[in-house]
Design a protein. Structure first.
Length: 272
């Protein structure tokens, strides 16, 4: 039997990181690189298939990642670089809140930089966050620094340290939602559903109407097959957003959870 197929060959600009996979949902090791796809026979690359691509965050579990042909990479890199540079300028000018052209509310500059960190690192535009941290600290932006460091720890796969950074951020600014929500998220990534539940319940005490946190809780209960809690959390989701009621997938789970738990969900009567 001849062994043949296709795979990526001649990898360079390899970056290892950790992230939550967009496809399989697992948090784990990711590889970013540039390479070219070849048809192979006995793993000898013989037939070039298409041009060289930048692969971003190829998942160690499911092997899925984002593929961008190198010929179309420049505008992507440029956009990441431009945003990053403009936010660093804001920091240097002492602005913690930045107005984005497409948003009505201002965003915290630490959150903005944290949001772009993964792309900066995987595209090899930064090696680490040392200089970003130094610039933030020089402006007395300790909170922003903790936020950036927490995300960096997530990229490095050191979630315990990430959690500690978020706690520090929450201590610096007890009224900020972001670090407290992220604490719950990090517990999910750490594979600690109990801790995640506690974190989100705690968060919801302060922000009872945060839909995203209710979604996180419902997801946790679904994973644990905690039917009574599924009913409770879905009742909350339905009451917040009645437009979800007709959704067939949710209905199926909701009905099953009602049946299994013996609890009559508040919205059961509205379903056929
Ligand atoms: Zn995956």
């Amino acid at each position: 039997m001849i062994i043949y197929g296709s795979r990526m060959y001649f990898k360079d600009r390899v970056v290892k990181s950790f992230a939550e996979c967009d496809h399989c949902g697992r948090y784990g090791r990711m590889t970013s690189y540039q390479a070219k796809k070849f048809g192979h026979i006995y793993f000898i690359p013989l037939i070039p298939l298409g041009e060289k691509s930048q692969v971003l965050r190829e998942c160690g579990s499911c092997s899925m990642g984002v593929h961008i042909p190198v010929s179309r990479l420049d505008p992507v890199v440029q956009s990441v670089e431009e945003r990053f540079k403009s936010w660093i300028v804001e920091v240097q000018q002492g602005n913690t809140e930045v107005e984005l052209s497409d948003a009505e509310v201002k965003s915290n500059v630490g959150m903005l930089i944290a949001g772009i960190l993964d792309d900066l690192y995987c595209l090899k535009l930064i090696e680490n966050v040392d200089s970003i941290s130094a610039i933030l600290m020089a402006q007395g932006m300790d909170y922003e620094n903790e936020i950036v460091q927490a995300t960096w720890m997530e990229i490095r796969g050191t979630l315990d340290q990430g959690r500690a950074r978020l706690e520090a951020a929450a201590k610096l600014r007890p009224d900020e939602r972001y670090p407290r929500f992220q604490m719950g998220r990090l517990e999910v990534l750490r594979g600690n559903p109990k801790g995640a539940e506690e974190a989100f319940l705690q968060y919801l005490k302060a922000y009872p109407d945060d839909f995203s946190a209710h979604i996180e809780l419902a997801t946790l209960y679904e994973r644990a097959n905690n039917f009574a809690k599924i009913v409770e959390s879905y009742d909350k989701l339905y009451s917040m957003k009645p437009e979800l009621i007709p959704n067939a997938g949710m209905q199926k789970l909701y009905k099953k959870a009602c049946k299994k738990s013996g609890i009559g969900g508040k919205f059961l009567a509205q379903m056929k």
